[in-house]
Ligand binder design. Structure first.
Ligand SMILES: Nc1ncnc2c1ncn2[C@@H]1O[C@H](COP(=O)(O)OP(=O)(O)OP(=O)(O)O)[C@@H](O)[C@H]1O
Length: 264
């Protein structure tokens, strides 16, 4: 079953003006239910634009986008998405618990349900004991985990993440990558994840979508089949082969078709 379908999507900003920018052109992409897809490419190639289009934060100039079989607009109204960006974007005056409850409040969920669901999500990201804290009392990594808990609170079928770990140190980042994979596996969530890190894209993804700039478009889709990720995955030949493949694709060297990366 498909979670997201983009067909012939393009996005032109400031159309008809001197500062017109074709941010994306001819984008076709399908994300299956439960699939983890990363977007990688040079600065300005339209990764964030693609994510914002799927999230109905902006509208395409042409083409069609469906999410869970609905228009992006309907999907947003139905809260089919969880969104987490590089800045955790928490509300300083709300406790961790009440930050995570926010999307449930917007949905009009009853108080007890909000409370229980937020607790469940905080448990999932290992922060249950910090429920009563305020964001300023947490480290950057913990704030990012709260943002992920909030994004997951409505059990969204689709998670949109724009460099959520970009500002974190390497160890925290690797730990959160593992937590994210565990959460996605346990909730069956589909994920579109923007990153600048090739190892991060390979480690997390079922497929890495490689984009090029001016105009932004998809140039390669690199399938990754490393099996369940473990500590050993990051040291495995298959992982390094994946990194090389994505790097080549970013450089514009062709990736042989139908050649998924297989765990050694
Ligand atoms: N609101 C906007 N108005 C005008 N141009 C925009 C707007 N948003 C994005 N752009 C342009 O669209 C292009 C793609 O931008 P986008 O932010 O999607 O790239 P990106 O791949 O996410 O970049 P980065 O890796 O630097 O975050 C850029 O040329 C950018 O200047």
């Amino acid at each position: 079953m498909t979670s997201v379908v983009l067909e012939g999507v393009s996005k032109v900003f400031n159309a008809g003006r001197a500062d017109e920018v074709t941010a994306l052109t001819g984008v076709d992409l399908t994300v299956a239910r439960g699939e983890f897809v990363s977007l990688i490419g040079p600065s300005g190639c339209g990764k964030s634009t693609l994510l914002r289009l799927v999230g109905d934060l902006i509208q395409p100039t042409s083409g069609a986008i469906t999410v869970a079989g609905k228009s992006a607009r309907t999907a947003r109204v139905d809260q089919e998405y969880g969104i987490a960006f590089q800045q955790a974007g928490l509300f300083d005056w709300r406790t961790v618990q009440r930050n995570v409850e926010l999307p449930l409040e917007l949905r009009g969920s009853p108080r007890q349900e909000r409370h229980d669901r937020a607790r469940e999500m905080l448990d999932l990201v290992g922060l249950a004991e910090f429920a009563g804290h305020y964001p300023a009392q947490l480290s950057g990594g913990m704030q990012q985990r709260v943002a992920i808990a909030r994004a997951l609170a409505v059990h969204p079928p689709l998670l949109l993440m724009d460099e959520p770990f970009g500002a974190l140190d390497e160890m925290t980042r690797e730990r959160l990558q593992d937590e994210l994979l565990r959460i996605c596996a346990s909730t069956g969530t589909s994920t579109i994840f923007v990153t600048h890190s090739i190892p991060e894209a390979v480690y997390l993804s079922d497929r890495v979508v490689v984009m090029s700039a001016r105009p932004g478009r998809i140039t390669e889709v690199v399938p990754v089949d490393l099996g369940p990720r473990t500590e050993a995955t990051r040291q495995s030949p298959g992982f390094f082969a994946g990194i090389t493949k994505v790097r080549k694709a970013l450089r514009g060297d062709p990736v042989p078709a139908a050649e998924p990366l297989v765990a050694p």
